[in-house]
Design a protein around this ligand. Structure first.
Ligand code: BES
Ligand code: MN
Ligand code: ZN
Length: 502
């Protein structure tokens, strides 16, 4: 399905399938002569209180005289509108249009206030429409590829009440669409069954995408990891017949320049059984999602190339399967990390920080300007912040604010948790430089403090614990049950902003 811009609304005929967005309590929208044939009908609907415009309240009206469908989508109260709510409304409107199986649909956008400008609003609506209308892959033996193809070929976006507010609207649409498609890629990679998606197959997928997008890629296999002394990754991957790997991807949107790259590291545990400290069945059920950070990094690198950003970006993706085979690491082991530091293992289920620590070490060899990691790291973070908000830890206030602000303008929430120096006591070890984990109390902070041991100051670093928002427990307008691709939009927006500034 294509997304197009079309702003001939002022005098065009009534379209056969149109979605419009209404604020709660706004009453009948004015200044829209083209909708005059509907006015009486949905005017009555509003007056009678049958339709109030509550958030995501949706009705589809049919007008037999014109053979026309009108979809009304509620935006809720004006003062309660958020970026995420706008995207959800767009998703609702787009999927209602797609359900009508018309060849084309029209999304008529509200005036942008109070949420930014036309550009931002259009971008959010496009992303919402893409995320809300794309079906998830499944493996049903009777599934027909064609059934996932939508009858609707084009959705047109247009603004209500303004003639031509934008300079290059199609560019805005295309860029927003690339961001949404990247998020869908991340979901797809994460939701792949873990018997099919393991370190080697993930690395192959990364190679395929790198080739398509002219990204530099190198893949460290088991022997290379051994030669390089990546003891954290090797320990975690030891218990699986699928050997661990490390993927390094480079995008150079500024050839001939000495600017350092932005480095992004993603946790890629393709399945987390907990290892010898085995998880109980309920906790293990969704552990194919433990590579959400890795999938996000791969999707981001691909999108950064498609967007042709003027920026250098480095993606580092440590991959392993945490199982219980005879090579599995054990509580009590002391391992030597890629940085040369030694770690005493206390719980094989705290595997993510070992992978990440080696990933962070490798990333720093490229002398990045800043370092960002994404990981489904601790259940504790999900307990603290729930499923719509990620934890953010940082050694640099500016970088932290940049991530938080880009998150909020992309409808993704991040909340800062503190790196409390006194808690470092939790990971003090008699046997090694550090213990791998502390007590349950402050679990998300202890994990972040462990990672911090592998980041050399003054390099600005943020750690994003996406344990909660990486997976949706139920269907929502923007994402079905399953992986969400959280973080992709935020970081792509951040990188886009950086590329514009330089
Ligand atoms: N992958 C898990 C964290 C997780 C939990 C992700 C729930 C998604 C949903 C991580 O590897 C883990 O097991 N963490 C432990 C750490 C503990 C053993 C110190 C945890 O959070 O319990
Ligand atoms: Mn674990
Ligand atoms: Zn894990």
């Amino acid at each position: 399905m294509n997304f197009k811009y079309k702003n001939d609304l002022m005098n065009g005929p009534v379209r056969p399938g149109t979605a419009i967005f209404l604020f709660e309590g706004d009453g009948l929208p004015e200044k829209r002569p083209e909708l005059s044939s509907f006015r009486r009908c949905f005017g009555t609907l509003l007056e009678s209180g049958t339709y109030a415009g509550r958030h995501l309240e949706t009705v589809t009206l049919y007008f037999p005289v014109d053979d026309t469908f009108l979809v009304l989508v509620g935006l809720g109260k004006r003062e309660e509108l958020t970026e995420a709510r706008l995207m959800e409304a767009a998703a609702k409107g787009a999927s209602a249009l797609v359900d009508l199986e018309l060849k084309e649909g029209y999304l008529c956008l509200p005036p942008p206030e109070p949420h930014g400008n036309h550009t931002k609003l259009l971008g959010l609506m496009v992303m919402g429409a893409r995320l809300g209308t794309t079906k998830q892959k499944n493996f049903k033996s009777d599934s027909d590829e064609r059934s996932t193809l939508l009858k609707t070929k084009t959705l047109h976006f247009q603004f209500l009440g303004s003639k031509d507010p934008l300079e290059k609207p199609q560019n805005i649409i295309n860029r927003a669409d690339i961001m949404a498609l990247a998020q869908l890629d991340a979901r797809y990679l994460t939701d792949m069954p873990p018997n099919l998606m393991y370190p080697e197959t993930f690395a192959n997928e990364a190679k395929r995408l790198a080739l398509r997008n002219k990204l530099r890629i190198s893949v460290w296999d088991h022997d290379k990891l051994y030669r390089e002394g990546a003891g954290g990754i090797l320990a975690v991957g030891g218990g699986s017949s699928h050997p661990p790997a490390l993927v390094i991807m480079e995008y150079d949107g500024k050839p001939d320049s000495l600017t350092p790259p932005v480095a992004i590291v993603g946790k890629g545990v393709t399945f987390d059984s907990g290892g010898l400290d085995l998880k109980p069945a309920d906790s293990m059920l969704h552990m194919k999602t433990d590579m959400a950070g890795a999938a996000a990094v791969l999707a981001i690198l691909q999108a950064v190339a498609e967007l042709s950003l003027r920026q250098k970006v480095l993606g580092v993706i440590p991959l392993a399967e945490n199982l219980t085979g005879s090579g599995a690491y054990r509580p009590g082991d002391v391992i030597k990390m890629n940085s040369g530091q030694t770690v005493e293992i206390v719980n094989t289920d705290a595997e993510g920080r070992l992978l990440l620590a080696d990933g962070l070490t490798v990333a720093q060899k490229y002398k990045p300007s800043c370092l960002i990691d994404l990981a489904t790291l601790t259940g504790a973070c999900q307990v603290a912040l729930g499923s719509k908000c990620a934890g953010i830890f940082s050694t640099d206030r500016d970088l932290k604010n940049l991530v938080v602000d880009n998150g909020s303008s992309m409808g993704e929430m991040f909340w800062e948790l503190p790196l409390i120096p006194d808690y470092e006591e939790e990971i003090r070890s008699k046997m090694a430089d550090f213990k791998q984990a502390g007590s349950r109390s402050g679990g998300a902070i202890n994990a972040a403090l462990f990672l911090k041991k592998f980041v050399r100051p003054p390099l600005p670093w943020v750690h994003l614990d996406i344990c909660g928002p990486a997976r949706n427990a139920r269907n929502t307008p923007l994402a079905p049950e399953g992986a969400t691709g959280f973080g992709v939009r935020t970081l792509l927006n951040l990188l886009t902003g950086m590329s514009l500034r330089t």
